[in-house]
Design a protein. Structure first.
Length: 417
């Protein structure tokens, strides 16, 4: 039976041209499944990530159908707003849930539904679709929400949104046929919430080894934009600039090391404050490139000499494997990371960089200073990181692991009929 093609739905709020780690990860998985001959349909909403506004040419449409990389994408309207207030976020997530549920109601029945659990309320759409289509749901959990929002200070533990989300989270774990956690910390959180251990699997992330590899990007593109000489050392921070991260050690390092350029690629809730601090402290060696389309990210990695990761001091730091770390390893980029737990173990196993204590600005500054001045050590880290990525982080490994879990859910559903 496993040799036959599946009719698979992938349900998510974020899908290209939206950016962000989940959109990149899920679109890669959908493409690889379609290339194997599976009939993959994505149920999602209009692109709106980062800006908080529905992008052209999707604006003003209630529904839309398109093909991306051999994958059918069925889109629906949602309420989009740039506001970060809880009410706007709740309206955004609930409208996405309702629109996707409506869109899926009139689509052809799948064999299985792979549901991205973040935002969590999308799980309610998955529950509705499971019942009307009779297809098992595989719940993919990349983020322990609302726990992560409370840990990082985005939401209060007693906020109405958290009080609403906690029972939804526990229901979603009970309702799913199978559950995938993307880190050991996520799996532990799922089990703490009462999920059946027999239906919980760990599938860690992978990376596009063809797109991200040494020598692929253009080193000049971003450097020319900011007038950075080709021989000057550039330390990169790539991705979401959210409260998950602590940027104090990076800015303190920039202030102490004016000969090194610190380049931020991405955006997030902390970006305005970081820009203001850079101006206030006259940090002329700090630049902000903003959000780049994912197909331009190889140029960003090529512009750098070091990748910086600086986690905040919260419980999530033990069970986090930042997506930027995977791209850095594949790109042969040496990493200096203030991180602990799984992320630290991954970097140490790869032999691709230096782990420093979280919140220790002096340790990060010293690590940057030493590695910037040691080209031989950077080259060794680069080679080790790429070799590790080729051996352990292939996207085909991830695809095959998901297929195993999906087929398990399909088989269980057939046995119950």
């Amino acid at each position: 039976m496993r040799d036959s093609p599946l009719r698979l739905w992938l349900v998510t709020q974020f899908y290209p041209p939206d950016g962000g780690a989940s959109a990149v990860r899920l679109s890669r998985l959908a493409r690889l499944l379609a290339e194997q001959g599976h009939d993959v349909t994505v149920l999602t909403v209009m692109p709106h990530y980062w800006s908080g506004a529905i992008a052209e040419p999707y604006r003003g449409r209630l529904f839309m159908r398109e093909m991306l990389d051999g994958v059918t994408v069925l889109r629906a309207w949602l309420y989009a707003s740039p506001s970060k207030r809880a009410r706007a976020r709740l309206l955004n997530q609930i409208s996405a849930m309702l629109s996707v549920a409506l869109r899926g109601t009139f689509a052809h029945r799948p064999d299985a539904i792979l549901l991205e659990s973040h935002p969590l309320f999308m799980a309610l759409a998955g529950g509705w679709l499971r019942r009307i289509k009779g297809a098992p749901v595989v719940l993919n959990v990349s983020d322990l929400w609302p726990e992560s929002a409370v840990e990082t200070g985005v939401l209060r533990a007693d906020s109405p949104l958290v009080r609403l989300a906690v029972p939804v989270e526990r229901w979603a774990y009970r309702d799913a046929a199978q559950i995938v956690g993307m880190t050991e910390g996520v799996v532990a959180g799922i089990l703490r919430a009462g999920a059946d251990p027999a239906k919980v699997s760990l599938i860690t992330n992978g990376v596009d080894l063809a797109r991200f590899r040494p020598g692929v990007g253009d080193r000049r593109t971003l450097r020319d934009r900011f007038g950075i000489p080709l021989d000057q050392i550039v330390a990169l921070h790539v991705g979401n600039m959210s409260t998950t991260y602590d940027f104090v050690p990076i800015l303190e390092s920039a202030a102490a090391l004016p000969e090194i350029v610190f380049l931020f690629v991405g955006s997030g809730t902390q970006e305005p404050a970081l820009r203001a601090q850079a101006v206030e402290r006259a940090l002329d060696n700090v630049h902000f490139a903003g959000i780049l389309p994912h197909d331009q990210m190889p140029d960003a990695w090529a512009a750098g000499d070091l990748c910086l990761i600086s986690m905040g001091d919260h419980g999530l730091s033990y069970g986090t494997r930042p997506a930027k770390l995977y791209e850095a390893l594949a790109s042969g980029m040496p990493v200096i990371a203030a991180i602990r737990g799984e992320g630290a173990a991954l970097l140490n196993d790869a032999g691709a960089g230096v782990v420093v204590p979280i919140g220790d600005s002096a340790a990060m500054r010293e690590a940057i200073h030493l590695l910037a001045g040691d080209s031989a050590r950077r080259a060794a880290f680069s080679q080790s990181g790429r070799a590790y990525a080729e051996r352990y982080l292939s996207p085909e490994r991830v695809r095959d692991a998901y297929l195993d879990v999906i087929w398990r859910a399909v088989h269980q559903a057939l046995m119950r009929r």
